[in-house]
Each structure stands twice: as C-alpha cells, then as structure tokens.
Design a protein around this ligand. Structure first.
Ligand code: ZN
Length: 226
C-alpha cells in the first residue's frame, strides 16, 4: 500500500505536509463536488496545473522497487495506492488499484463514462465529452465522496485469495480508516506488517517493523536481491 510520500520523492506535491497542497489552498475550494458545481473552471485550472506538473516528474527508486516486488511475486502481489498520479505504472507496476482515482482520467457528467486523456495542459477547460458534449470532471475521489468502487473490488478480490505473508505500508500517514483496516486484515496472523515512513503514523503501533526513512532509499535495499 502506498501513499503520497512515495511520489513526493519524485517531486509530486503532497497534501497534508508542511508546504503541501492543502497548506496553499483550501481543499473545500477544489476537491469537493460542491466546489466543482460552483466553479468547474476554477477546479479544472487547479487540476490542469497538477496534471501538467506531473508530466515533468519521473518514477523514483521506490516506485521501481515496488514494481520489482511484483515481478518477483507475480500474482501473489497486489498494490493498493492512494496516489492519483501514474508513476507506479510508469515504473512497471501492473497489478494495482487507485483507491482515490486517477488524475489522467476524466468522467462525463452526463453518461458517467470514464476515459483517459493525458493531454496537459488540456486544450479546453472544462473538457467536454467527445461522445455527448457534456462537461467532464477529473476522475478523482473528492472529499465527501465514496472511494473508487472498482479499486475496492480489486482489493477485496485479492484479499479473498487469503491473507498475505508481508504487508508493506509505504509513504502514507494512514490517516484513512480503510487503509489501517485493509493493512491489518491483509496480514496473515504469522505474517508481518512493515511500515516504511520517515515519521510515526497512526499505523505504527500496529506494525511489526517500522523502517524509518524515505521509501526511495529503503525499498531498493529490500528488493536488490529479488
Ligand atoms: Zn458523454
């Protein structure tokens, strides 16, 4: 399971840290359905800027180490990320679910159809559905909304195969209850819950091991012999 900390090492802005996005702008102005309804263009300008900034970011050794874990474990591996960027995919991850959506996807407000649009900046804000012409929204999970249900299904489907030997929780403050819940449910009673994070989090008391530091430095040490 990964969070903003993994992408922060690639220069992607985090949310809650000092200097994070939510220190610069009130999330209620750009990350709620109400904000979008009130001023879709303003919300889209903010997302367009983030989509454009992300184009200049590259996966870091932490992303590549996660992809190496998957390569070693094949279908015995699953990645649940809270990140909306595509850096895991760009590092080679295939079996993953974006629980908070994807920033390069847009959703038609009329038909609900989701499509990928990687153009950044977008030529028109807000973007329009090529099929019906209705306004589209970013396919990300906003405050007050349900987490991505396809991602939930994919995660539950993986867990239904049985508990896992090792659960890594990487670069997240684990501030969401479902993250803590999944991390604990996924671990086999004799398995290990390993946290990789520079600081202590709400999950730390439940972890068997807390590897304190940056994921881009710690994870490659763990995977170099895979
Ligand atoms: Zn449409």
């Amino acid at each position: 399971m990964t969070g903003a900390g993994v992408s922060a090492e690639s220069g992607v802005a985090t949310f809650r840290d000092s200097g994070g996005l939510w220190k610069q702008i009130d999330p209620m102005k750009v990350a709620t359905p109400e904000a979008f309804e009130a001023d879709p263009r303003f919300v889209w300008e903010w997302y367009d800027k983030r989509r454009t900034q992300l184009k200049d970011c590259s996966p870091n050794p932490g992303h590549y180490a996660v992809a190496a874990m998957e390569k070693a474990k094949d279908d015995g591996f699953f990645l649940l990320t809270q990140n909306v960027d595509d850096l895991h995919e760009r590092a080679g991850s295939l079996r993953l679910a974006h629980i908070h959506g994807k920033i390069y996807e847009v959703q038609c407000l009329q038909e609900g159809v989701i499509r990928e649009d990687r153009r950044a900046p977008l030529p028109e804000l807000p973007p329009r559905c090529p099929n019906c012409g209705a306004m589209e929204r970013p396919n990300v999970v906003w405050f007050g909304e349900q987490i991505d249900q396809n991602a939930v299904l994919a995660t539950e489907s993986f867990l239904s195969q049985g508990e896992v030997d090792v659960v890594f929780v990487i670069g997240t403050e684990a501030s969401f209850g479902y993250i803590i819940d999944w991390a604990q449910r996924a671990r086999h009673p004799k398995g290990a819950l390993i946290e990789v994070n520079p600081g202590r989090t709400t999950l730390t008391p439940y972890a068997d091991l807390h590897l304190q530091g940056k994921s881009g430095e710690i994870l490659p040490l763990l995977t170099q012999n895979l």
